[in-house]
Design a protein around this ligand. Structure first.
Ligand code: AMP
Length: 184
């Protein structure tokens, strides 16, 4: 959503800190810890992300470890939904379903409890930022594997040049983002 690159949500944009060359040279890390620490910005981000989904029959919010837990927990509370953690391999104690996905170098695996969602349940997926969309598309596929209907994927930040949001839309899932940043 290139339109988001402008002044829209200027207050939220200002609440996000950019750390250049972290975790490696050339990356501009969009640090939402400053947004989370700002009471008005945190509330606003949660309110804006959930606004289209109030009364939309959503029963669960799935958050991607770890920043997706913070936003997703607040969103679930706001929508009176349950919360489902999507975690890195080996962290969940009960029987899991898993999916492996490509990283820049190698692969990673994420897991969910097999009984975390039921067939036909309407779920929204939450993370802080979508870049290439590799992480979120794996999470969508994991939810779909369990029979959930992924009603939307929500992110505070989009890096539109990396095409992640389009990748999620191509899976038939609407995407909501609040702020776009240029670059990686
Ligand atoms: P991707 O799978 O490429 O869409 O990457 C998304 C995941 O990596 C999210 O969980 C983000 O928190 C994290 N991430 C990727 N790029 C950045 C960045 N520039 N700043 C902060 N987090 C990032």
């Amino acid at each position: 959503m290139m339109a988001d690159l402008g002044a829209e949500h200027a207050d939220l944009r200002e609440a996000i800190r950019t750390i250049h060359d972290y975790p490696k040279p050339g990356i501009a890390f969009r640090d939402i810890s400053t947004l989370l620490g700002n009471p008005r910005a945190f509330r606003r981000a949660v309110d804006e992300l959930v606004q289209p989904y109030a009364g939309a029959g959503i029963s669960k919010v799935a958050g991607i470890e770890a920043r997706g837990f913070i936003l997703g927990g607040a969103i679930a509370h706001q929508l009176s939904c349950g919360f489902v953690p999507i975690r890195k391999r080996g962290k969940l104690p009960h029987t899991t379903v898993s999916i492996s996905y490509a990283l820049e170098y190698g692969t990673d695996t994420m897991e969910m409890h097999v009984d975390a969602v039921t067939k036909g349940e309407r779920v929204i997926l939450v993370d802080d930022l979508i870049a290439t969309g590799g992480t979120a598309s794996a999470a969508v596929q994991l939810l779909q594997k369990l029979g959930a209907e992924v009603a939307a994927a929500c992110f505070v930040i989009d890096l539109p040049e990396l095409g992640g949001a389009d990748k999620i839309r191509a899976l038939g899932v609407p995407v909501r983002t609040l702020i776009g940043f240029e670059g990686h």
